[in-house]
Write a protein that binds this ligand. Sequence first.
Ligand code: ATP
Ligand code: MG
Length: 552
Amino acid sequence: MEQEVISKNFIEQIIEKDIEEGVYPKIVTRFPPEPNGYLHIGHAKSILLNYGLAQKYNGTFHLRFDDTNPMKEKAEYVDSMIRDIEWLGVDAKEHLYFASDYFDQMYEAAVKLIKKGKAYVCDLSPEEIREYRGTLKEPGKDSPYRNRTVEENLQLFEDMKNGKVEDGKKVLRAKIDMASGNINMRDPILYRVARVEHHNTKDKWCIYPMYDFAHPIEDAIEGVSHSICTLEFEDHRPLYEWVVNELEYEHPPKQIEFAKLYLDHVITGKRYIKKLVDEKIVDGWDDPRLVSLSGLRRRGVTKDAIKMFMELVGVSKSHSTVDYAMFEYCIREDLKLKRPRMMAVLDPIKVVITNYPEGEVEYLEVENNQENEEMGKRTVPFCRELYIEREDFMEEPPKKYYRFFPGNEVRLKNAYFLKCNDYIKDENGVVTEIHCTYDKETKSGSGFTGRKVKGTIHWVAAPFAIKAEVRLYENLVDENAEQSNEDGSYNLNPNSLTVLKNCYVEPNLKDAKPLDSFQFLRHGYFCVDEKDSTPEHLVFNRIVSMKSSYKK
Ligand code: ATP
Ligand code: MG
């Protein structure tokens, strides 16, 4: 709590000032996604920020679907967004709204502006409107329809609503200032005619409000106090303020902008993710390589890791790209003390302990998490035949290689010292079996101090181990190329997915359920895939490896 005072972000400062001055009866924030895709990690930032502020200031948080553009929206997206938001621990259903429920009020608001002489119906074509708008250097020109009378405008706007106007033939525009230095203020379009069925209002409307008009009205109707959005809307703020002031709301909401979250080497942006999904480059919106919230969940990333990450990143006014390694650091930190540490061999090679009696099995006691005693203990079987990682043996080791090579002794994690004596190769020269002897005296936990060995490796007991599939991931975007090309396309990493079909995991994992996650010693954190894993064929996704390149 002490820390909080120092790290108070600029949005909190604005809100606290408003509370002090009694500007709003209550603090209300919202998250207003357009249901045109799945949510991603950037949205999580906005959700947690808005929800967190509402909680902190005893206010309310609204989830509002900004479904005023019927062209790209689908009910599937609404459902997925609710699921993802609730997964983040936010009660999404208590204050759940749809912008399309306000179409009547938006229409009334437009009529009000017409009556005030602040809006007019314009017959210019889209091209002409663009031409008349001017440029950053040159002022725009007034539309020839700008001085229509209030009566004429009311009639024409009603005609638009009643389907008497063809798509694209007329629009309703705000009457502000064609010479404004801010192009958004040059008589922006408020309503357009579009005969498109809406997923909520079906064919009730053939006119739809533009975002810049609809959004402030939605906020005002809901009593939103602080309308927090991202920096690309900064230039739209004067228009936002114009709308809420001209419509004379009692407590006009306040727009505040912050910088979007960008992560390097991953793809955010719904339209880019959608392209990968549509082109089947990824396995749907929940492909574990995506930073969509459903992809992260399937991968095994927890909401707590996402929250930790957002706190670490903070809220700012200037754009920056965050190192992906920082996110991975949070994922590891979160799982470190919470997940059992198990043994799994991803690229197996057989070890035969030639002095261990055939047919004998002993059960060794193992701590579930060496850093968290509370997680208790389990037993793992040990016997004459084991699997170890292929890379833990070398015929001719380089200097400082402390694992198995002929003549070397190595510690088997939780078990005994094993000395490598011999190995067998197949006709292609591939090593297929390693022969070792164990020393009974060196049992783990026995207090043996007779001699030391430098290498420790993990293993599983061959007859008991469960065969499993393991999927390893790298970032979708090639780290060695530019983040994106001039045409906006990405350079994809051809190695973003590696499927290992011949892995062995310790038998304690036999009852692992979808989305359960574990540390596999030396390999990282893994999660049971919720789509493809079955009790007969376990599939594990690597959440994150053990290695960290993040510098705190
Ligand atoms: P995108 O196309 O990048 O997925 P968007 O801005 O079009 O995002 P919306 O559904 O319109 O998506 O946005 C919902 C809210 O989420 C907006 O307030 C938007 O500013 C916010 N948002 C979107 N992307 C990010 C991000 N990367 N970081 C923080 N907030 C974001
Ligand atoms: Mg958008």
